[in-house]
Design a protein around this ligand. Structure first.
Ligand SMILES: Cc1ncc(COP(=O)(O)O)c(C=O)c1O
Length: 365
């Protein structure tokens, strides 16, 4: 057993998501690209690539990672490309999606040897977090003015529209797509492909996959387009835990347990969105606040219930720890970086990466 902390990626759990993605591809005709911004732990890409069509990216480095480690279709997108990186992005992508008409105008000719597209912003989204809402006031994420987009239609063959956020409600997805059809229908019938982005929680339990497939197929037929999905969270949800050990316990009006990890350093997204971590089954009479070991006062994973008293040396598994965690981990406080461990389909565990003091030093200068 490796020393904690470590992220434990369980391939049999990952497989459940992959099989649902493969089902959707087969029954809807849509293609599915892994959104690397959410999950870029390339040691499992070989496994995932049997079930998905490729990757989509947010930067030069992600596009290169997708091409090198995942293969298949490689989509490039970025909020803004620089003069210095655009050449290498084009070299490494099959398709490039510009965020604005001005970026398309500036770099479109350079990219004329690959497929080109533009991001559209329907100005409505399912996000309840202002921080993650692509339709927030003054959003820079995509074009919305149909007249302006019409003027550049000769330079593009498709669109990307990302306006769902952890949306597990099929009816809401259906309404969002209806809105897109209404707003951008005249443009959609003039292109060959449309990516509907990520944020659709279709691998979750009880999601009506057949209705989803039928809706995607109807959309594709209506406009004569190849549909793409860009699942990040949906690809890896519930596949991974963060394994930690209790280092100390205190009572300060509440039972506290301090673990050898940090929400700030190792599950930053939860802190940013002010959400609790998940510890299962979260039952029993012993309530503890599980705290990280950084000096940030609010470095708290959450309050959880346990069947037994929590003692120094106990192991705790923080659930659902794959998405927006490993891609955002940092060296705050010099807290030891979790190793990455894969549990194979036969149950054996393999440490694929450990980090030590030299990694900490080399991340600084
Ligand atoms: C353009 C785009 N595609 C895909 C995704 C992946 O979203 P999720 O991880 O919620 O599926 C995002 C997330 O922000 C995105 O901005």
């Amino acid at each position: 057993m490796p020393a904690t902390p470590y992220y434990l990626i369980d391939k049999s759990k990952l497989l459940r998501n992959m099989e649902k993605i493969a089902y959707v591809r087969e029954h809807s005709g849509a293609k599915a690209l892994l959104a690397l911004k959410c999950f870029a732990t390339w040691s499992v890409f070989d496994f995932m690539s049997d079930y998905m069509d490729g990757t989509t990216s947010s930067s030069l480095y992600e596009v290169k990672l997708g091409r090198e480690k995942f293969g298949k279709e490689t989509h490039a997108y970025s909020v803004a490309y620089s003069d210095g990186e655009i050449g290498e992005v084009i070299e490494n992508a099959d398709k490039i999606i510009f965020n604005s008409i001005s970026q398309l105008t500036r770099f479109g000719d350079k990219a004329s040897n690959i497929v080109r597209g533009l991001r559209l912003n329907p100005q409505v989204s399912t996000s309840s977090f202002d921080l993650a809402d692509p339709a927030r006031p003054f959003s820079r994420l995509g074009e919305w003015d149909v007249t302006k987009v019409e003027a550049v239609m000769d330079q593009i063959s498709g669109f990307m529209i990302h306006n769902n956020c952890e949306n597990d409600d099929f009816d809401l997805f259906d309404r969002m797509l209806g809105n897109i059809e209404q707003k951008f229908g005249s443009l959609l019938s003039r292109v060959e492909w449309v990516s509907l982005g990520g944020g659709i929680h279709f691998t979750g339990e009880n999601y009506p996959l057949d209705k989803f497939c039928a809706r995607l197929r109807a959309f594709a037929q209506k406009f004569g387009v190849q549909v793409y999905l860009e699942p990040g969270e949906a690809s890896i949800t519930k596949s991974t835990t963060l394994e930690v050990t209790v280092l100390d316990t205190l009572f300060n009006g509440k039972n506290l347990a301090i673990v050898d990890s940090s929400i700030e350093a190792h599950m930053l997204d939860l802190l940013i969105y002010r959400e609790n971590a998940k510890v299962l089954p979260n039952t029993g009479d012993h309530a503890y606040m599980i705290c990280g070991k950084s000096c940030l006062a609010g470095d708290v994973f959450g309050d959880f219930n346990f069947e037994h008293e929590v003692k120094v040396g106990d192991r705790i598994s923080i659930d659902d720890a794959a998405g927006y965690t490993m891609v955002k981990k940092n060296w705050f406080n010099g807290v030891g970086m979790p190793s990455i461990v894969i549990r194979e389909l036969d149950g054996t565990e393999r440490v694929i990466r450990e980090f030590d003091f030299t990694d900490f030093v080399s991340s600084l200068s």
